[in-house]
Design a protein around this ligand. Structure first.
Ligand code: NAD
Ligand code: TYD
Length: 360
């Protein structure tokens, strides 16, 4: 049977938060080129260390009538309200967050502000739009469910048991979104996704960090015994899932998104070493696996994440397209070709540019 996935809702002015980050920039790139979307995108991002306007420089140049950037912090409720009014916002896709577990252990304060208070401000601004408002989509993580043992999968009805300040703040924001749907009938959907990888990921997360360190001949830090398991999803597959949920999902529902690709960290690190040895051999033919260094474990390190995405598959017809092997190969090759982008990040030039642009 052919599934009908065409949207009945046409969003005219979609506010995307965190659009200069990893997944947000991939989503905007995907959507602006999508024939099923002809509206405007208003990208609200305050450009933290993880936000880089260079990720969307070509989109800003090519789609000036349909792509608007606003450097605004979602913790600033007043400015948000103004933007909702000015651009007649009728839908939100909410990515903006502090997103790195290690940073949330060292300094949790920003996670509470952005992930919880920022989400609250957005919900309030959306609620104030009344009947004009069509959808609030909240992008969340599988980490809200906590840690699995050797068996089992996270389902939408798995109890929340977040273990890090990051996952606890995301869990809190999920609950707020749900509460606004229940109490105020705010049209809302939530997606809880596994680990993403692909182009434009900031090189603090496992995959890009290992690629860059391996290229520079630096040590490759593996936490604990390296046998922690994550499920990995290529970012473009995630973007397609989000759009599918936004256009055909049921209000008030949560959808799990996963890649069917459970991997131990150590295996991923070895795979990256082998891909690089093949396509860009190190001087003297040194094998990059020799750079692997086991380091102290992360406190509260979740052992295993695995996703059951049967609901999204059966009800909305989504499944991941990219295999982990081909996705990782593409990702490594992408980083190899981003000399300027990487230099700007490594030297901090992108931050200096932001300061100069927005200093007034
Ligand atoms: P990221 O860290 O790459 O990007 C976050 C973006 O949000 C940046 O552009 C940053 O400048 C912006 N931002 C941060 N604080 C802000 C604030 N107060 N106001 C406005 N903008 C702000 O994150 P990502 O990896 O792209 O993740 C995006 C979303 O997806 C997050 O909500 C995250 O929890 C969720 N998620 C991520 C993954 C993953 O593997 N990366 C997996 C599942 C869910
Ligand atoms: P990360 O990319 O930080 O994502 P998350 O913590 O949200 O899953 O880490 C992925 C896995 O890799 C996680 O189990 C921690 C581990 N890890 C390392 O072993 N070394 C590293 O340098 C990093 C950043 C992560």
């Amino acid at each position: 049977m052919k599934r009908k996935n065409k949207s009945k809702i046409a969003f005219k002015n979609l506010l995307v938060t965190g659009g200069c980050g990893f997944i947000g920039s991939n989503f905007i790139r995907y959507l602006i080129n999508n024939k099923d979307f002809s509206g405007r995108i208003i990208n609200v991002d305050c450009l933290t260390y993880a936000g880089n306007p260079e990720n969307l420089a070509d989109i800003a140049a090519d789609y000036s009538a349909r792509y608007i950037f606003q450097k605004v912090n979602i913790c600033d409720a007043e400015k948000l309200d103004k933007i909702f009014l000015k651009y007649d916002v009728d839908a939100v896709c909410h990515f903006a967050a502090e997103s790195h577990v290690d940073r949330s252990i060292k300094a949790p304060g920003d996670f509470i502000q952005t992930n919880i208070v920022g989400t609250f401000n957005l919900l309030e601004a959306a609620k104030a739009r009344g009947d004009k408002f069509k959808l609030f989509h909240h992008v969340s993580t599988d980490e809200v469910y906590g840690s699995l043992g050797a068996k089992g999968f996270f389902r939408e009805d798995t109890p929340y048991r977040p273990n890090s300040p990051y996952s606890a703040s995301k869990a809190s924001s999920d609950h707020l979104v749900r509460a606004y749907y229940k109490t105020f009938s705010l049209p809302a959907t939530i997606s809880n996704c596994s680990n993403n990888y692909g182009p434009y990921q900031f090189p603090e997360k496992l995959i890009p960090l290992i690629i860059l360190n391996a290229l520079e001949g630096k040590s490759l830090p593996v936490y604990g015994d390296g046998k922690n398991v994550r499920d990995w999803l290529y970012v473009e597959d995630h973007c397609k899932a989000i759009w599918r949920i936004m256009t055909t999902g049921k209000h008030g529902e949560t959808y799990n998104v996963g890649g069917n690709a459970e991997m131990e960290n150590i295996i991923i690190v070895q795979m990256i070493c082998d891909i690089l040895d093949e396509i860009k051999p190190a001087r003297g033919g040194k094998l990059r696996r020799n750079l692997i260094t086991f380091v102290n474990d992360r406190p509260g390190h979740d052992r295993r994440y695995a996703i059951d995405f049967a609901k999204l598959n059966k009800e909305l017809g989504w499944s991941p397209r990219e295999s982990f092997k081909s996705g990782l190969q593409k990702t490594v090759e992408w980083y190899l070709h981003q000399k300027k982008w990487l230099k700007n990040i490594k030297t901090g030039a992108y931050q200096a540019w932001i300061k100069e642009q927005y200093s007034s």
